[in-house]
Ligand binder design. Structure first.
Ligand SMILES: [Zn+2]
Length: 315
């Protein structure tokens, strides 16, 4: 039996058995279903999407990011999958490295707007250890990215630690901070339940733009002039800051390996995460891509780029 979360586990894991989840998609409002199955070591998470030309696999890798507007979306060979971040955060948080995810449409179900349902499904299905070492991205030199007020900084550390900060000109949110230590084993209780959030003042504009057609008080923390308008209120006093950590954890899963370092986030979002991943990959010496052979010997050259690899491994 594997321990949760994966800190310290050095081998890759897949599911012991498949599971399915379904529900409305946040932006399209359409019914979305996903079937998650075990996958071979080294394959990572693969989204299998139906296109007019047949089924197409999309590797969960930052090279295939096609849009970061309101959600993380991937596109590969004419197939598209969106709103993947909360599922990938559950994969990262629970230590699921390899899985095949067959979907019935271009968006994953939003469920309750957090990673809780995904994480519990992974726990119930169980994890099986595989015979390949887990890929790690071990930070060796501080590296940061910034877009306007949004900032991410990652520094070398013996163990991974996340810090999230958000600031809104709003009396209930104000300046909010959260931290998360994966080695404490509290992903399911401390981070996974933190929901997507939005302000009532912004929702009308988003609906008018054709977004969040599936959005409701069932799948988001909705903040009115004086605080949450959800019947049960917030799940944590700093739920917004926790959710920002969750979003970053999900997006950075697209690196293709587990990040080892201290991560400081401020007003972060999907566009920033995408910029950071590219910068990290393109900065020789910023990280050790471990184990070296697994980054070149990957089954798909397109999935884990080999260009620039020799420069990096020589650094
Ligand atoms: Zn989110």
């Amino acid at each position: 039996m594997s321990a949760f979360p994966p800190h310290g586990i050095s081998f890759q894991h897949t599911l012991k058995q498949p599971f399915t989840l379904q529900g409305p998609a946040l932006h399209s409002g359409q019914h979305a279903s996903m079937a998650v199955e075990p996958a071979a070591p080294g394959s990572g998470v693969i989204f299998r999407v139906k296109t007019s030309a047949g089924w197409q696999d999309i590797p969960a890798h930052w090279r295939h990011i096609s849009s970061t507007r309101f959600a993380m979306a991937l596109e590969y060979r004419g197939a598209r999958i969106s709103t993947i971040e909360h599922f990938l955060a559950a994969c990262a948080g629970m230590g699921l490295d390899n899985a095949l995810v067959t979907v019935n449409g271009p968006e994953l179900p939003i469920l309750d707007g957090s990673s809780s349902v995904f994480a519990r499904a992974i726990r119930e299905a169980g994890l099986a250890e595989q015979d390949q070492e887990r890929r790690l991205v071990i930070i060796r030199r501080p590296i940061s990215a910034q877009i306007q007020d949004a900032r991410i900084r990652v520094s070398p550390a013996d163990k991974t630690l996340w810090h999230g900060r958000v600031q809104f000109n709003h009396p209930w949110v104000g300046r909010s901070y959260a931290w998360y230590d994966p080695s404490a084993g509290r992903f399911l209780s401390e981070l996974a339940p933190a929901r997507t959030f939005g302000f009532t003042s912004d929702l009308d504009a988003m609906r008018a733009a054709g977004l969040i057609r599936g959005g409701s008080l069932d799948n988001a923390l909705v903040i009115g002039d004086h605080g949450p308008i959800n019947e049960d209120g917030a799940r944590f006093f700093n739920e917004c800051a926790r959710h920002k950590i969750l979003d970053a954890m999900g997006d950075l899963f697209l690196l293709g390996g587990a990040l080892v370092g201290e991560i400081e986030l401020e007003a972060n979002g999907h566009t920033l995460h995408a910029a950071f991943m590219r910068k990290l990959w393109e900065t020789p010496g910023a990280a050790d891509w471990y184990p070296t052979h697994s980054w070149v010997a990957h089954p798909s050259d397109e999935m884990l780029p080999s260009d620039g690899f020799s420069a990096r491994s020589a650094a």
